[in-house]
Design a protein around this ligand. Structure first.
Ligand SMILES: [Zn+2]
Length: 175
């Protein structure tokens, strides 16, 4: 999916002004303007925190989605950043919720824009990834994770990955 179609679907999500309930008109880019009160609203991507963990053999941990959307496909541990959280806090919380472990963030890995389709609404998000290591606990699938597995670079080429850009990010890191 191209950047343009992401942007168009995101702009169509917001039809009414949060200040007065008036109708929005698109003023170009990510700018919507209320026809009644002139309030400007800028549609942005919601950040998500992704956690990339390698085992001692250099294989990458992936998590199989337990629920829709994209149930059964593989992605990293992670999720949306809460309203009062930093990106780093969200990464640590998600690892605890989904694997039952404490992690320490090593490095920034990369990011890409995506959309999350749920209940018929496509929400734009910015998938941001860190590499991390487990400092306490043995990872077990929990929460919205059906299964975890460790994969080589060759495995990743064939794996049904939730977001194609994540495959590219991991292949670049593992080359
Ligand atoms: Zn308004």
């Amino acid at each position: 999916m191209s950047q343009t179609s992401h942007s168009n679907s995101a702009l169509q999500l917001y039809k009414f002004c949060p200040k007065c309930g008036g109708k929005f008109v698109h003023r170009g880019g990510n700018h919507l303007k209320c026809q009644s009160c002139d309030y400007s609203y800028f549609v942005n991507q919601a950040p998500t925190a992704g956690v990339i963990i390698f085992n001692s053999e250099g294989k990458v941990m992936m998590a199989k989605r337990k629920f829709e959307p994209k149930k059964g496909t593989w992605q990293s541990i992670g999720g949306f950043v809460g309203l009062d959280e930093s990106l780093e806090e969200a990464a640590v919380r998600e690892a605890k919720e989904e694997l039952g472990v404490n992690i320490e963030i090593d490095n920034y890995l990369g990011s890409f824009p995506e959309t999350y389709e749920f209940g018929g609404v496509a929400v734009p998000f910015l998938a941001i990834y860190f590499t991390a290591k487990i400092i306490d606990g043995n990872p077990k699938p929990n929460d919205d994770v059906a299964e975890i597995g460790y994969f080589t670079r060759d495995d990743l080429q064939k794996l049904d990955i939730t977001y194609p850009a994540l495959r590219e990010l991991l292949l670049a890191k593992m080359s």
